[in-house]
Ligand binder design. Structure first.
Ligand code: NAP
Length: 490
């Protein structure tokens, strides 16, 4: 017998848009190519989606260019109302959007529903920002002129998103682009195109004019995007993904001096001092490590625990990790889904094997499985030597490596000993130390006694090789605005 959940799964996949969205039209790829979308919890094919060629990409950018002038002139209140309506529609469609995301990406349904709400919040936040774009009026120091300072949309923008947060990484870019008056071409990850296509449907239903947002799915990202970056038509690239790909795209952007926003990789430390509330630290560690099954740029990748509390902390964390229910994200009570694909699962396995080979002790987990999907067991490793690869590479899986430290100076040096600088987490009940450490660590964000920092109203982004620019907060919209100064003789 077919269960209600199986019926829901079949219905959302059937109803999901599977074509390119260009100039307000749903269309096949010019060459008729399609790509397969998989369910990572079984490895089976869910459906096929149109697979864009470079010509399709160019059509999308031409549509964005054609729509730019009128869209820039649209009253801010009207742009805001598109975003606000899209926010409402995302909530109305939350169950279906969550199911679609779980099926293509693997995360448990409850987490997927949380991501839909989080993603929608970017639309509400930027709807509110759209009507508050301000400028200035200033007297020249010599008194003989006036300066009028105004903000203008950057222009047609290219947006590239990863698979780990298939909706939120899109709304975090589309929200400010629409608020600022920029048209865009968005390329989602090949592994998770369905969520973004469903979002295009939301935006169409919310009244976004043709050409304002165009979605191009492709299995040949480089071939489709590089000509667009070098076209001279696009004025901006906003990218979320890995640091190596981000560096390559920065080089391409230099050609036409594109404005760039780069949200890249992370190597977050999670520091627990001896005076921390250990139960709260374990709670925070579960969030910092296990949100999105560890497949997050903000995931705690290196856990530095004061030697005097190491035993107690590791036992408590291992107990919590060992109790997590692993399985298909659509099943009742599941807390940890599969890794997104076999490559990701094998990378996690390789990093754990490397650490164990170097002398780390497995407290819990340490193995792949169960089942046919790309699962890996929640794992806690103790005494991970600093030469293990996982201290320098993103694990991107449900593995918590712990190592002890003795002094504040030592741990601050350890935290900063990485080319990344996205986020770090610190647990201590000593206020002065908390602020001192937060000021001394090199990252765009710090979680003080909290394991999650993402919030649409806060500026999200990294230092060092974790990126350029900030998304969200009151600065997020600036990434899509130019500053123009008009000098007036008096
Ligand atoms: P990725 O391999 O860098 O891919 C990201 C996006 O770039 C995908 O859409 C990908 O398309 C596309 N891409 C790859 N090569 C390209 C090229 N030559 N030209 C144009 N586009 C190209 O990263 P991922 O594995 O999807 O995502 C995980 C990474 O994202 C991690 O490093 C994580 O830390 C980072 N991340 C950062 C943030 C942040 O806010 N800082 C948030 C989430 C994730 P295909 O799918 O077709 O390859």
């Amino acid at each position: 017998m077919v269960s209600a959940s199986q019926e829901h799964e079949a219905r959302v996949v059937d109803a999901a848009p599977k074509k390119l969205y260009i100039n307000g039209q749903w269309r096949d790829a010019r060459e008729g190519r399609v790509l397969n979308v998989h369910d990572p919890s079984t490895g089976s094919v869910l459906c096929t989606v149109a697979d864009a060629s470079p010509e399709d990409g160019r059509d999308a950018l031409d549509a964005a260019q054609a729509a730019q002038k009128d869209f820039a002139a649209m009253p801010p209140r009207k742009r805001a109302s598109i975003l606000m309506r899209a926010f409402e529609l995302m909530h109305e469609r939350q169950d279906d959007l969550a199911m679609l995301m779980t099926l293509e990406m693997g995360k448990p349904l409850a987490e997927a529903a949380g991501e839909v709400a989080y993603a929608a919040e970017f639309f509400r936040h930027f709807a509110e920002e759209a009507t508050r774009i301000s400028g200035g009026y200033q007297t020249a120091p010599a008194g003989n002129a006036r300066f009028v300072i105004r903000k203008e949309p950057v222009g047609p923008s290219l947006l590239i998103t990863p698979w780990n947060f298939p909706l939120a990484m899109g709304t975090r870019k589309i929200g400010p682009a629409i608020a600022a008056g920029c048209t865009s071409v968005l390329k989602p990850a090949e592994l998770t195109p369905l969520s973004m296509l469903a979002l295009a449907q939301v935006l169409e239903d919310a009244g976004a004019p043709p050409g304002v947002v165009n979605i191009v799915v492709t299995s040949t990202a480089g071939q489709v995007m590089e000509p667009l970056i070098r076209s001279g038509i696009a004025r901006k690239l906003s990218f979320t993904g890995s640091t190596p790909v981000g560096k390559k795209l920065l080089e391409q952007c230099a050609d036409k001096v594109l404005r760039t926003s780069m949200e890249l990789g992370g190597n977050a430390a999670f520091v627990v001092f001896e005076d921390a509330d250990l139960d709260k630290a374990v709670e925070g560690a579960m969030l910092a490590k296990m949100r999105n099954s560890g497949e997050a740029c903000t995931a705690a990748n290196r856990m530095f625990i004061h030697r005097s509390v190491m035993h107690e902390f590791s036992e408590k964390l291992a107990q919590r990790m060992g109790q997590l229910k692993v399985g298909r994200g659509v099943d009742e009570g599941v807390q940890v889904g599969p890794m997104v694909d076999a490559t990701q699962r094998d990378k996690v396995k390789e990093l754990v094997d490397d650490a164990v080979g170097a002398g780390a002790k497995v407290v819990v987990g340490g193995e792949a499985g169960p089942g046919e999907g790309f699962f890996y067991q929640p794992t806690v490793l103790r005494d991970v030597p600093l030469q293990a690869r996982m201290w320098n590479e993103e694990i991107f899986g449900p593995v918590a490596p712990l190592t002890p430290f003795d002094t504040e100076t030592e741990v601050v040096d350890l935290v900063n000993d990485t080319e990344y600088g996205l986020v770090n987490y610190v647990y201590t009940n000593d206020l002065t130390r908390a602020l001192r450490v937060a000021e001394n660590i090199e990252s765009g964000m710090v979680g003080l006694n909290q394991g999650v920092v993402s919030n649409p109203a806060a500026p999200f982004g990294g230092m060092k090789e974790s990126g350029l620019g900030r998304e969200g907060g009151d600065t997020g919209i600036d990434e899509f605005l130019e500053t123009k100064y008009i000098g007036i003789a008096m």
